[in-house]
Design a protein around this ligand. Structure first.
Ligand code: 0WD
Ligand code: CA
Length: 378
């Protein structure tokens, strides 16, 4: 009986059903076979510099350069340089989809499939899709996604929830340092040029970013999305992006089987969702001790992550993640029917509840910038 509720929202949009008003998220509703997800193919890239300025090239791409494996292992001090050599990005600036739209404006005429392809696509950040994938298992943090349809294309942009904003503004000093440590790890593992070595003496500036832009399919949804990529491995078996990309992560050193179990159930789910979407084949984890030193590294192939929870009753299932995401995209496609860049449908979700939707005209939820709307309308 519950299954049929899901099937209803999963109907293709040419069926004349009245749009559902909410979408359930219980994992049990989405345990069908794995839906079709095309291998993501890279359309291009862009970079953001130390001043957070956009460049339509790969200047911010870094190269994977792990320490030699023959000695005792690494000893990376992740707290080194904090806070004196840290230039954190200004988190008050909500950039929305702006950088991705800038890329799209420059490349929309050259997209394979022509303008018709874009008109039927969903445009968003990879990170927003990651949140959708993990929703059936998320028990802590809700989300809000704003959606607008413009010239056929469905644009999805995350809105910071009031709870998330309050948490960010009250972020404890230890958490701030922990965020720095994640970026510091990247500096120990990446070089500026292929074949050269990392230089951890410089500053950590989190304005700098390299983003890949890709297209893929989920079920019958065309996706055009962008995600930040940590580095590329010049020695990867396949040097074609995204197969050469590497995602870097840090995590607490673990000493008991129970710690690992928890890590597989929660952290590995997020790592899998993020890297699977973009087609990043490997996640390299640095495990830090209580003093903030990374003394061991472990590579987790994205396609093997599910094996750690396959036989765990409290584990996660990739099919559930992808089926839920597909159901949400159906729900959004069926809900956002009016084509108007100043009209926003706000999808809201809190753990334990279904996804609900509200409709807003103009400020404060509109997110398609005038420069984009005008340039595309010409
Ligand atoms: O406006 C927003 N609410 C957001 C904007 C939320 C998330 C991302 N962004 C933007 C930023 O402009 C950033 O350049 O997206 C870009 C990254 O996109 P993504 O790849 O889709 O995001 P995600 O997969 O969540 O994060 C990838 C990396 C993170 O690495 P870890 O290892 O921590 O997952 O991007 C960084 C972070 O290094 N990152 C961000 N950078 C800038 N602004 C943000 C953010 N809000 N969130 C994560
Ligand atoms: Ca990372």
């Amino acid at each position: 009986k519950r299954k049929s509720e899901n099937v209803e929202v999963a109907e293709p949009r040419n069926k004349l059903i009245s749009p559902a008003s909410s979408l359930p998220t219980d994992p049990t509703l989405y345990s069908g076979p794995f839906p079709f997800y095309g291998r993501p193919s890279e359309l291009g890239c862009f970079s953001l510099d130390a001043q957070r300025q956009y460049h339509g090239d790969a200047q911010a791409l870094r190269y994977y350069s792990p320490p030699p494996t023959n000695d005792q292992g690494p000893s990376f001090d992740l707290r080194d340089g904090y806070p004196d050599r840290y230039q954190p990005r200004d988190e008050e600036l909500q950039e929305g989809l702006d950088h991705l739209l800038r890329w799209l404006l420059d490349h929309r005429g050259k997209l394979e499939g022509g303008p018709g392809w874009l008109a039927g696509a969903i445009v968003t950040w990879r990170g927003h899709l990651t949140k959708l994938l993990t929703t059936p298992y998320e028990q802590q943090e809700g989300w809000q996604l704003a959606a607008s349809r413009f010239q056929g294309t469905l644009y999805l942009n995350e809105v910071e929830t009031p709870a998330a904003r309050a948490q960010r503004l009250a972020r404890p000093p230890l958490l701030r340092e922990l965020m720095y440590m994640g970026y510091k790890f990247e500096q120990y593992m990446c070089a500026d040029k292929p074949g050269s070595f990392p230089d951890p003496s410089g500053e950590v500036n989190t304005n700098v970013a390299y983003c890949s832009v890709l297209r893929s399919h989920l079920g019958n949804h065309r996706l055009l999305f962008s995600g930040e990529v940590d580095c590329m491995d010049p020695r990867a078996p396949c040097t074609q992006p995204p197969a050469c990309y590497v995602e870097l992560k840090t995590s607490k050193e673990m000493h008991r089987p129970g710690h690992w179990r928890n890590f597989y159930r929660h952290k590995l789910l997020k790592w899998w969702a993020q890297s699977f979407l973009l087609g990043v084949p490997n996640v390299v984890a640095g495990f830090r001790n209580p003093e903030g030193f990374v003394c061991s590294l472990k590579t987790f192939p994205t396609m093997e992550m599910f094996e750690y929870v396959r036989n765990d009753r409290d584990g996660w299932n990739p099919s559930v993640c992808m089926n839920f995401c597909a159901a949400f995209l159906n729900f959004a496609q069926n809900t956002v029917v009016q084509d108007d860049p100043r009209l926003v449908y706000l999808f809201s979700w809190e753990p334990g509840s279904p996804v609900t939707v509200s409709k807003h005209q103009d400020a404060p939820y509109t997110f398609l910038p005038t420069w984009y709307v005008e340039a595309v309308t010409q």
